[in-house]
Design a protein around this ligand. Sequence first.
Ligand code: ARG
Length: 511
Amino acid sequence: MTTKKAKPPAAKAAKTKDRARTTPPDFYVLAPARPLGKRNRAMPGHDASAIWGGRFGQGPAAVLEQINASIDVDRKLYVQDIAASLAHARMLAQAGILSAPDARALTSGLKQIEGEIGRGRFSFRHALEDIHMNIESRLGEIAGEAAGRLHTARSRNDQVATDFRLWVRDALDALDSQLKGLQAALIKRAERHASALMPGYTHLQAAQPVTLGHHLLAYVEMLGRDRDRARDCRRRLNECPLGSGALAGTSFPIDRNATAAALGFDRPSANSLDAVSDRDFAIEYLATAALVAMHLSRLGEEIVLWSSGHFGFVRLPDSLTTGSSIMPQKRNPDAAELVRAKAGRVFGALMTLLAVMKGLPLAYAKDMQEDKEPVFDAARTLDLCLAATTRMVAEAKFDTDRMKAAAGHGFSTATDLADWLVRVLRLPFRRAHHVAGKLVKRAETRKCGLEDLSLADMRQVEPGITKDVFRILGPGNSVRSRVSLGGTAPANVKRAAAEARRRFLGSHKKA
Ligand code: ARG
């Protein structure tokens, strides 16, 4: 390597820059834009592209080269690109289109290149536009003329469609396992806090008491739907475009079933025009990612609220909070706030790709080169958000005493009182609702809870009330009574957590 990091722009460096060896950038960091200089002039000493330049007398203008090159982004596809090329070469040899020695030369050359890129010893060149041509050009240096035969019966259009599908497929698998990890962390906490009381909210106003376990298991359901969407997306994605050529198929006697099987696809795609121009799989991935990010943002928001002094329900460990440069007392939940915020970025990626694809005529158009950056960015963002959220869930300390105290505030058992009036006194629910409302008003005037009202006080509002009513007031009684399927009663929550283990984690640990 001659350079470690991209250097600040220097006029002299412009000529040699393309040749500079650079390490592949981190997952999401793009190389800085290069100075353009005289935008309309062809690159000095630059010939027309060796790969597609047969009919060109002049090389590309610097501005064209810069807008056209995708190598800073799509170099991330090198593993997939090499896997697809290996499968293609093997198939060409089996079909008698490529000689066995040529196939061997290509195979060993491609493996060598994979090693070079993996070790950061590969010279990526903007002049070679993208990952496909960078690899092919290097293959020419290693394997000589045989390299020129690899592109038989193939185009960059079916090549990139194949590579990108493989990449998104891996991203979906990684997403599934991270979602599962977060579910496992939530279920573990839910089991521990199956009976812990907390206020349940609607409109962010205390509504009815619930258990903390029940609340945490709500997120397990959301993430379960996300995993289902990821699986569904993977199933539709798993068709192989390779062999569709530029758009119309090929005249060579290729075996598309062989390449599809070699790359782990379920089948070859059915229509060559569709195969090279379809990016539904990437949009579906981003739609799935957007839903995950939305769910995480809700949990992030709850962590922000709950760790505030006003709620005081949760304390994040020092390792997951930050201080303030001016206020010494502060413990800020930055990670939770960023999880909340980064959802916007993932939604943006989805909108970007939808907008890129909208109105494109068949088949491939260069517009589609803009498909990768939003997907890579969303994947990186989600990876971080899931890792941070899982840590916060696993390590947060719940102040269950404070949660329990809060659960009793705000007349949160007024519904239980109304239900009792229906069940025991046979009042119509609307009437019972009215009576309970009057009792709330009375307790409010007395500045006490419903359970602190005297029986005499209650009887002034509804003479039929007996001392039995006190058995259903108070948050503990309230949650224990919510035994309906999917309800918050601790016994339910214990069962639901065991069920969740079975449904989502494939284990049978007793609750
Ligand atoms: N870098 C291109 C992309 O990502 C590869 C396909 C180029 N095809 C073409 N006909 N120029 O879309």
